[in-house]
Design a binder for this molecule. Structure first.
Ligand code: NAD
Length: 284
């Protein structure tokens, strides 16, 4: 049965983008979050997305973005939010215990036909599958931040995902304007982060070990490969808190040096990357 109705769990940064993009492509969407306060924030994010789409997405001005916003219904009642859903996309906080608990509740209230997909960046579907009550209808559908621009959707099952469900999700990803990336086996980091994270780590090590400065690393990468941005420009876009937290949690002394460098020279000086106007580069 084709997917006609979608519910997104968690109306945070990614959940609101997934809800908005899905609505923009004509689907009725329910956005679920845990409290009225969280829903207020989710509504505001979607209002902001309507304005961004009007500016940045061709064809969105003149009513299309606002009409998409009107296709999103908000609910803080899980049973109500998923009652009609053919597909539930989960974009709740990145905590395994929280997601397991949520899938337990969801499995009890969602219709039997409903497919569940997680947008988790770092947790493998097999770590949550048993908690869904329907492992064959569960898999990952992973989006990138700023979904309307960076429109890849990585589709990744676990060993018990029904291949027909996998195929259905690949088709759905296309229906909402994504370029689907079928990932053939479970892989931490999917395809994109399996490539990107080692590049960013290598760049940070070149910096803290005094081999080259950010501008030179980025120039080497952009001129040498033709890529539009180098690793330090990418880090500024991601925001410098994320690489700091990852490096600080490492057991490797080289990455502890990276964390100390990021803290002293950037975070402690209010330089968080593009969002704060300065990171490795200055932004106006
Ligand atoms: P976020 O903190 O912005 O949003 C999480 C939302 O979930 C909040 O609105 C919160 O109120 C809500 N929430 C809390 N408890 C919940 C529960 N029990 N059930 C449902 N919702 C609950 O986080 P985010 O950045 O949107 O990340 C969400 C997921 O998306 C994570 O799994 C993350 O790995 C993934 N992701 C994030 C990015 C990114 O760039 N931020 C990119 C790709 C994937």
């Amino acid at each position: 049965m084709p997917i006609a109705s979608v519910t997104v769990l968690g109306a945070g940064v990614l959940g609101s983008q997934i809800a908005f993009q899905t609505a923009y492509c004509g689907f009725p969407v329910v956005a679920y979050d845990i409290s009225e306060a969280a829903l207020v924030a989710g509504r505001e994010r979607c209002d902001g997305l309507a304005l961004r789409y009007e500016k940045e997405v061709s064809g969105a001005a003149g009513g299309a973005a606002q009409a998409s916003r009107a296709r999103i219904r908000f609910s803080a009642d899980l049973a109500d939010a998923v009652a009609e859903a053919d597909l539930v996309i989960e974009a709740a906080p990145e905590q395994l215990a929280l997601k397991r608990e949520l899938y337990g509740q969801l499995g009890r209230v969602a219709p039997e036909r409903t497919i569940f997909a997680t947008n988790s960046s770092t947790l493998l579907p097999s770590a949550m599958a048993a908690f869904t009550g329907r492992p064959a209808r569960f898999l990952a559908l992973h989006f990138a931040n700023q979904i309307w621009r960076h429109n890849v959707a990585e589709v990744m099952g676990h060993p018990d995902t029904d291949p027909a469900v996998f195929t259905e999700l690949v088709a759905f990803a296309e229906d909402i304007g994504m370029v689907p990336i079928p990932v053939h086996k479970e892989q931490p980091g999917y395809v994109l982060n399996s490539l990107l994270v080692p590049l960013l780590n290598a760049a940070l090590l070149l910096l803290v070990e005094g081999v080259a400065d950010p501008e030179m690393v980025d120039r080497t990468w952009t001129i040498g490969t033709g890529a539009p941005a180098g690793p330090f420009a990418i880090l500024d876009t991601i925001g410098l808190r994320t690489p700091y937290h990852i490096a600080a949690a490492s057991n490797d002394p080289r990455f502890l040096k990276v964390a100390a460098h990021l803290k002293e020279h950037y975070l402690d000086q209010g330089k968080f990357g593009r969002e704060s106007g300065e990171g490795f580069y200055r932004y106006t």
